[in-house]
Design a protein around this ligand. Structure first.
Ligand SMILES: [Zn+2]
Ligand SMILES: [Zn+2]
Length: 223
């Protein structure tokens, strides 16, 4: 077994990527005070119930809860190692970090089934796994893989913000051969990072158009 010697953050000897002391510095969003009722983002002084993003637009999902701030330096680095460098150890650590927050928040949703945002075939091939599904498996959450994703033509990060929404249409589709009837079902949709909410919004639209009763979303991290 490969044993790493030092915490990537503070450099002390550690058998895991990040030492206990640094891991304990990571604070969940639930400790951040007042958050947007729609998307879970911590609110600025002048924002009342909703953040600026949510007061200006309509989402198909009812509510999003995010667990940890993506702006946290330690989270960001662990996510980068996991998603972009494919370091599974980092994914395992992330699943441990979010475990308690995940289950205490999931309890507050009413749902019939849980699904997650799919990876494209290209990134599945490249990375070998879907990072959201990977973490959910580590948390031993029962999920249904309801959705597929078209081939990537451009990375979302390469698009301007206003291009993303247009681009995202037609990216996702419902897998019809799975034998799961979503009609009149309450669905909890899970993704790793909430940025603009466009992906979750588009998938929620598809699920609702196919008869789902309502959609709530949960994301591990909030950008
Ligand atoms: Zn450390
Ligand atoms: Zn919001």
């Amino acid at each position: 077994m490969f044993v790493r010697n030092y915490c990537f953050n503070c450099g002390v000897v550690s058998s895991t990527l990040i030492c206990e002391k640094c891991k304990n510095k990571i604070k969940p969003l639930s400790l951040f005070g007042i958050r947007c009722k729609r998307c879970s983002k911590p609110l600025l002084d002048y924002e009342i119930e909703y953040c600026e993003n949510c007061s200006n637009r309509k989402f198909y999902f009812s509510k999003n809860i995010s667990l940890f701030p993506y702006g946290d330096y330690l989270i960001k680095n662990l996510v980068k190692l996991f998603k972009f460098d494919g370091v599974k150890e980092s994914g395992i650590l992330l699943s441990e970090i979010i475990r308690n927050e995940f289950f205490s928040n999931v309890k507050n949703f009413e749902f019939d089934l849980i699904t997650y945002v799919p990876s494209s075939k290209d990134s599945l091939k490249e990375r070998g796994f879907n990072p959201v599904e990977f973490i959910l498996k580590k948390l031993k959450v029962n999920t249904f893989n309801l959705l597929g994703r078209e081939k990537h033509f451009k990375k979302q990060s390469e698009l301007l913000l206003n291009e993303r929404e247009r681009f995202i249409r037609g990216q996702y589709y419902l897998l019809l051969n799975k034998g799961v009837d979503i009609r009149n079902k309450k669905i909890l949709l899970i993704d790793d990072i909430f940025t603009s909410g466009n992906t979750l919004n588009e998938i929620s639209r598809i699920l609702l158009e196919n008869g789902a009763l309502n959609i709530n979303t949960l994301t591990f991290f909030r950008d």
